[in-house]
Design a protein around this ligand. Structure first.
Ligand code: GDP
Ligand code: MG
Length: 162
C-alpha cells in the first residue's frame, strides 16, 4: 500500500499551498477565507522515485461547533488513517492556544508528526520560528510553501518518516 501523509493545522496556515508544493501542481484549493476544504482530499505525490498519498484537510479547531466541528473531525480522521502527519503552523504568527490543543490531539494519535513552520518567507521569520520548539514536537521544519523555500528538505524528511 502507498504511504499516506496527512496535512493538518489551523485554518489559513497554508496547508493547501503546501500540498500543492508537495504534489508539484496547483490542485488543492488555496483561499484567503478559512474553511474552504471541508473533507479529506487525497492527492498522488512522488519524491525521489517514491510514491505516497498526501491528504489535505480543512483545518482543526478545538472547541469548534457545527460545520467547523465536522471539519475538525475530518482532520482527526485524517490523522488516524495516516502513516505520517505534517502539523503546519504559521511562522509569522507563532504558536497559539489552538496549536497547543492540536498538539495534544496529535500526541494521543501516536503517529509520527513533522512540525512544519510555514510562511517563513525570509530569514527574519525563519529565526523567529525557532521558538516553535516549545510545542514539544522537535525541530520545526521551516518552509515557505508560497515560494518553495525548504520544500526539498521537508520532502526528504517525509520519506524518512514513512
Ligand atoms: P489553509 O487554509 O491552511 O489550506 O491555507 P491556504 O493554503 O489556503 O493559504 C491561506 C493563505 O496563506 C493564502 O492567502 C496563501 O497564499 C497564504 N500562504 C500560504 N503559504 C504561504 C507562505 O509560505 N507565505 C506566505 N506569505 N503566505 C502563504
Ligand atoms: Mg486549505
Amino acid at each position: 500500500p502507498v504511504p499516506v501523509v496527512a496535512v493538518v493545522g489551523r485554518p489559513n496556515v497554508g496547508k493547501s499551498t503546501l500540498v500543492n508544493r508537495i504534489i508539484g501542481r496547483r490542485q488543492a484549493v488555496v483561499e484567503d477565507t478559512p474553511g474552504v476544504t471541508r473533507d479529506r482530499v487525497p492527492y498522488d505525490a512522488q519524491w525521489n522515485g517514491r510514491q505516497f498519498t498526501v491528504v489535505d484537510t480543512g483545518g482543526w479547531e478545538p472547541d469548534a461547533r457545527d460545520r467547523a466541528k465536522a471539519i475538525a473531525m475530518q482532520a482527526e480522521i485524517a490523522v488516524q488513517t495516516a502513516d505520517v502527519v505534517l502539523f503546519v503552523v504559521d511562522a509569522m504568527v507563532g504558536s497559539t492556544d489552538v496549536d497547543e490543543a492540536a498538539v495534544r490531539m496529535l500526541r494521543r494519535s501516536n503517529k509520527p508528526v513533522i512540525l512544519v513552520a510555514n510562511k517563513a518567507d525570509n530569514n527574519a521569520i525563519e529565526m523567529e520560528a525557532v521558538s516553535l520548539w516549545t510545542l514539544g514536537l522537535g525541530e520545526p521544519q521551516v518552509v515557505s510553501a508560497l515560494h518553495g523555500r525548504g520544500s526539498g528538505d521537508l520532502l526528504d524528511l517525509i520519506l524518512a518518516a514513512m
